[in-house]
Design a protein around this ligand. Structure first.
Ligand code: G3I
Length: 376
């Protein structure tokens, strides 16, 4: 794929990554006196009335980076931008650093939307997590035009080099969601067809490592809690990559969950994944308040169930050895920002986030802060 000079020149002006220290440096901040809120064990209580108490900041409570995905549309909303600046010490672009935005039909690169996310993170002393370089779901026209052609590999390599030069993030999801939905094997995609069924993964990581020796390089996957077969296939792949010396530096456990995820599944999955010895990034946590089938619970009971799930994931993450606690990222700050509201099969009133539509903390938020305080 031809890179235009603007893009290459842009690469030379790459924004600097944010330091890792901000979140950890403030971890020793005094802990506020929170009323008792839901814990992973499910001891439920309603959230406090709005304004009843200063809302604690996750980035001050956690001894590791706590992140969120952000869209440029949220940067245009002062309340959303302020909430994310207060609460989080790491930022992931919801979609602005993906090929669907960066790769133009003519093969040129457009970094403008990703630049805004990177600039926001830098201005707020937040670490940047790059998401994502190679993903089966993103097959832009300019790459499809090279399908089966000799220049495909070189174009793939140039793309990774240009994006990583533009956004020198602290970490990258180098390959996203390589495993088939039910864990039967590896997905077949434009990248595997042209670069090898599994070899495309090796290549992406090796090119990324050569492009920048600093960022932690992740492979990111979902449903690792609720589909043990998928988790086993994912883990077996990682073991093969490690054996081949592929420079994979961490596991992204997306954790897109729902209120009917059975207690203990998240904890068991985290422990299993951690057995590989790599740093873990809870990379996309949200919890749909729509489970499977008819659910007659009240909204309040659904929010308590959601708080239990959030609390269990945080407690499972905090039980990891410190060296394996890379970061804990929520996939959106507020319910209204969630992809689940507009995704096919989604629900316009789904409430999967830790903050409600108005940016008020929900029981799920206090389940996180409770878990953090118990371990402090
Ligand atoms: O901002 C534009 C808007 O201007 C336009 O009118 C509208 C309709 O075309 O599109 C809007 O952009 C959409 C963007 O979400 C913001 O809503 C993109 O088309 C849409 O493709 C994009 O979807 C994102 C999706 O990944 C695909 O990139 C979701 O926000 C994002 O939450 C979702 O995140 C994925 C992770 O990357 C990987 N794990 C699963 C997760 C959920 O699917």
């Amino acid at each position: 794929m031809r890179l235009d000079r603007r893009a290459v020149v842009g690469g030379a002006l790459a924004l600097s990554a944010c330091s890792r220290g901000e979140g950890a440096a403030q971890a020793s901040a005094p802990l506020g006196e929170d009323p008792t809120y839901p814990t992973a064990a499910g001891h439920a209580a309603a959230a406090p009335p709005v304004g009843a108490a200063e809302v604690p900041a996750l980035r001050r409570l956690a001894p590791f980076p706590v992140g969120t995905a952000l869209l440029t549309t949220q940067l245009d909303e002062p309340a959303a931008a302020a909430l994310a600046a207060k609460q989080f010490s790491q930022i992931t672009a919801g979609f602005e650093m993906k090929m669907e935005v960066t790769v133009k039909d003519d093969g040129g690169l457009d970094f403008t939307r990703g630049d805004r996310i990177a600039a926001y993170a830098r201005q707020n002393g937040q670490r940047l997590h790059g998401h994502t370089l190679i993903w089966y779901a993103e097959e832009p026209k300019a790459f499809k035009a090279l399908d089966g052609k000799p220049d495909f590999a070189a174009a793939h390599d140039r793309y990774i080099q240009a994006v990583m030069a533009r956004w020198p993030a602290a970490s990258w999801d180098v390959v996203n969601e390589p495993i088939m939905e039910q864990g039967e094997g590896l997905r077949e995609c434009l990248w595997s067809r042209n670069l090898g069924a599994e070899a495309y993964i090796d290549r992406a990581f090796r090119i990324a490592r050569a492009a920048d020796p600093k960022p932690v390089l992740f492979m990111n996957e979902y449903f690792l809690e609720t589909k043990p077969k998928k988790r086993a296939t994912f883990m077996a792949l990682i073991e093969r990559l490690l054996k081949r010396g592929v420079p994979i530096g961490g596991i992204g456990n997306q954790s897109h969950l729902s209120i009917d995820v059975a207690p203990g599944l998240a904890k068991a999955a985290m422990k299993d994944l951690a057995s590989l010895g790599l740093p873990i990034h809870v990379s996309e946590l949200d919890c749909s308040t729509y489970g499977h089938g008819l659910d007659l619970r009240s909204r309040e009971d659904k929010l308590k169930a959601e708080a239990r799930v959030y609390g269990e994931v945080m407690e499972a993450f905090m039980a990891l050895p410190e060296r394996q606690r890379f970061a804990f990222t929520l996939w959106q700050p507020r319910d209204k920002d969630s992809w689940l509201r507009s995704a096919p099969g989604g629900h316009p009133d789904d409430s999967p986030a830790a903050f409600d539509d108005d940016g008020r903390p929900k029981p799920a938020f206090y389940a996180l802060t409770n878990a953090l305080k118990r371990r402090a």
